[in-house]
Design a protein around this ligand. Structure first.
Ligand code: F6P
Length: 547
């Protein structure tokens, strides 16, 4: 069954939200907190070891009721069932969207074209497990009989960002293997990685769903060429494995079919870390930890599937984001994890969010007349406080921000963790409360500042406050909590796509640039510039003359 097709602006909830926005536009969170001491208890959710406080938002109970009404009117409940049941919800590519099946329990039954896919999923999981154990234990050896010390993941987009993010996030749980990533077609990137490697002890994992991606194939060929300087063609089979749906192309490359980890077309690239695309994660942290990552995601799936919408973490966060995006006109959202381990979370979710919901045609095939996908960006705190927080505090743009923090540090360094977390709490408080003229003046008086200086400085030191934030406070960064956190954001993306009435699981927008790059590459090879706009011609001629 196709997804419901409703322009959200035609719903009665949308009309009511527009009216309601007029009342809330100038509402003060500080005043709402002062007027209602139960506000935090009304606007927070406790799920497993996640505490999600969304009380520091420009909302009241009416806002939440109307947003929930919008979710109902746009058919969210049925859409969730269709998503988990393997309906063809990626209609423009005629595919199901079933990354959730990759982390389902072995007893689950999830059908694609009438076939239960769970046994196949577990077959591949077992293959990942055995392979990981052999590499980590040293039982699997390179062409000179030495165990592997280094792993190189070669892939781009979803075949890189998920593994990079998770390996970085789970560094604390890592074993002795060094894991490297090569993604950019920039030759300097691959050369910098090669510099660190010994061909005898390096295992290459080529990850490409299609096995046609220019960047990944170019990097794989360059690495193979370098490898063959010390090894023979036969040795390729020992050192190169692949994750792909394209068995023919993989075999042509020289990879032993036994060393191919299959994936399926119902797994989108940006949601594929739960498939064999996550092989490098499993190699880095061991299969048990990798499995816990999947289990954490599965727990979030169950919550998302079954919890009432007003108690459903992904639904609530998605609705709040729609509130700011479509009614306040906010264009971007920041994501600030207070742990260095999550430094790649924002780049990872940029693909998830922006490749999925960066669409301007509705499910009715017509251009949308409202805003869709938000811009996602962020860096870990406290570093980001010293970089771009000034703009969030005192700039002209409204930037709803998610703060993600952990109660316990991994190495137990109390002093550092207390300092880190005091910043975490201070920022959301400061963003909400701001600083009034009176408070600034009182500070000046205390400092004994002259009246003239105080008058000049005062406007610059006032903070308007009322900046919305969500606080996600998790017990500890573990493979399981990371799995739940990533799944939370995946489902937030889904909910928003449903409400915005767009297809979230295709990515036609990245194709045009790829096609043009191929024809320009031919021109560069032949040194003959074809007709382009005058700017592109001018630039290409400059490049060819000076290279
Ligand atoms: O950028 C477009 C895209 O198709 C992504 O969705 C995908 O993650 C990436 O390219 C890599 O594709 P592949 O795994 O087929 O090499």
């Amino acid at each position: 069954m196709a997804l419901q097709n409703t322009n959200p602006t035609t719903t009665s909830a949308w009309q009511k939200l527009q009216k309601h926005f007029q009342e809330m536009n100038n509402a003060s969170m500080k005043e709402m907190f002062n007027a209602d001491k139960t506000r935090t208890s009304q606007f927070h959710l406790q799920w497993n070891d996640f505490l999600v406080d969304y009380s520091k938002n420009i909302i009241n109970q009416d806002t939440m009721s109307l947003l929930l009404e919008l979710a109902n009117e746009t058919g969210l409940k049925t859409s969730i069932t269709q998503y988990f049941d393997g309906d063809i919800i990626n209609q423009t590519e005629n595919r199901a969207v079933l990354h959730t099946a990759l982390r389902a329990k072995e007893t689950a039954v999830i059908k694609v074209d009438g076939e239960n896919v769970i046994p196949e999923v577990f077959e591949v999981k077992n293959k990942i497990k055995n392979f990981t154990n052999e590499v980590v234990s040293g039982a699997r050896k390179g062409y000179t009989g030495k165990p592997f010390t280094d792993i190189v993941n070669i892939g781009i987009g979803g075949s890189d960002l998920g593994p990079v993010m998770a390996v970085e996030a789970l560094q604390y749980y890592k074993n002795h293997l060094n894991v490297h990533f090569v993604s950019n077609v920039d030759g300097d990137h691959v050369n910098e990685v090669i510099k660190k490697l010994n061909p005898e002890t390096t295992l290459f994992v080529i990850v490409s769903k299609t096995f046609t991606t220019q960047e990944t194939l170019t990097n794989s060929e360059t690495i193979k060429e370098w490898f063959l300087k010390s090894a023979s063609q036969e040795d390729v089979a020992k050192h190169f494995v692949a994750v792909s749906t394209n068995l023919q192309k993989v075999t042509e490359f020289g990879i032993n079919p036994d060393n191919v980890f299959p994936m399926w077309d119902w797994v989108g690239g940006r949601f594929s870390l739960w498939s064999a695309v996550g092989l490098s994660i499993s190699l880095a942290v061991g299969f048990d930890n990798y499995n816990k990552l999947l289990a954490g995601a599965n727990e979030m799936d169950e919550h998302f599937k079954t919890a009432d919408f007003d108690k459903n973490v992904p639904v609530v966060l998605a609705l709040l984001s729609v509130w700011y995006n479509n009614f306040f006109g906010a264009e971007s959202e920041a994501l600030i994890p207070y742990t260095q381990y999550l430094q790649k979370l924002a780049p990872y979710l940029q693909q998830g969010t922006m490749e999925s919901n960066g669409k301007s045609v509705g499910r009715d095939g017509k251009p949308v007349d409202y805003q869709t996908g938000t811009i996602i960006w962020g860096e870990p705190g406290t570093n980001s406080q010293h970089a771009f927080f000034q703009l969030i505090h005192q700039g002209t743009k409204l930037i709803p921000t998610d703060f993600i923090g952990f109660v316990k540090p991994l190495y137990g360094n109390e002093d550092h963790h207390n300092k880190l977390m005091s910043n975490f709490f201070a920022q959301t408080e400061a963003l909400m409360n701001g600083k009034t003229k009176e408070q600034v003046q009182a500070e000046f008086d205390k400092q004994g500042l002259s009246a003239e200086k105080a008058k000049f400085l005062l406007p610059f030191k006032v903070f308007s406050g009322n900046k919305p934030t969500n606080t996600i406070l998790i017990e500890k960064l573990t493979p399981k909590s990371l799995g739940s956190l990533v799944a939370l954001y995946e489902h937030k993306i889904f909910v928003q796509g449903i409400i915005w009435n767009i297809f979230s699981y295709d990515q036609w927008g990245v194709e045009l640039g790829k096609q043009l790059a191929n024809s320009i590459l031919d021109e560069i090879h032949s040194k003959k510039v074809n007709a382009h706009d005058s700017s592109t011609e001018f630039l290409l001629n400059h490049f060819l003359k000076n290279k």
